[in-house]
Design a protein around this ligand. Sequence first.
Ligand SMILES: Cc1cc2nc3c(=O)[nH]c(=O)nc-3n(C[C@H](O)[C@H](O)[C@H](O)COP(=O)(O)O)c2cc1C
Length: 263
Amino acid sequence: MEQILNPLQTSLGRLKMNSPVTVASGTFALENLDFIVQEHLGAYVCKTITRYPKKGNPPPRLYETEAGLLNSIGLQNPGLDKFIAEDLPILRKTLTVPLIVSFSGASLNEFEQMLECLENQEGISGYELNVSCPNVENEGITFGIDPDVVYKLCALLSPLTNRELIVKLTPNVTDIGVITKAAEDGGATAISLINTIWGMAIDYRNGMSMLKKGIGGYSGIGIKPLALALTYRAAQAVKIPVIAMGEFITGRMLWNSFGLEHL
Ligand SMILES: Cc1cc2nc3c(=O)[nH]c(=O)nc-3n(C[C@H](O)[C@H](O)[C@H](O)COP(=O)(O)O)c2cc1C
């Protein structure tokens, strides 16, 4: 019988993917897979895991603006041990597409320890390093804004794994090309961007922020031009694959961008 070719089939390093579409970390709980056919996904990226559990920020921590979403979830997650003991078995059982584990450390050493733990686990095809978090060794300055730190992190982790090593970059930097190149030079196998940009909304009635924490991360429809510009710059700076994200609020928008209105 003639084999029907899937025109969206692609690869990311050694990963074979049904499509170039992955979910963005933190936006897509496993339950949402009911709404989307897995065969249309290239990979599943889980919510960022940290070494220790995080309760997240106090509410309100989501606010829908006229043009996109503000969030200050604060990386709420069960921590690495519970993720491995409870979430990973469910992910392994449920997913038919490659699993990419997003994680974040508070120091280079913590990133390294987390990777070593995850390396002992089956069913993981790759990692996405979330470098949009403060580095305790570097006066709390966000990892992802310092090219030297991004280089050191990638150079430390890349020899420890044969799995895909994606670095997810923050857009809150002056020159995305320099940071992207630092990740590639350090041994990252792919780049993903953009994480959320700083944003805020004020309640005109009382002058207070709509988010308890004040400033949050802005995502969704309003960030598309910025996401495209930074993706373009990043792709010019490196040879490794660049995974773009920013704007998508519905599955339909996503499929439409591939000209696949019918899916
Ligand atoms: C509620 C929420 C939670 C998020 N959590 C994470 C996270 O845990 N790790 C991460 O790397 N990015 C996280 N992000 C950022 C998204 O993965 C994505 O980079 C960003 O939202 C831009 O894409 P979009 O405009 O298509 O949503 C989160 C975004 C939102 C809206």
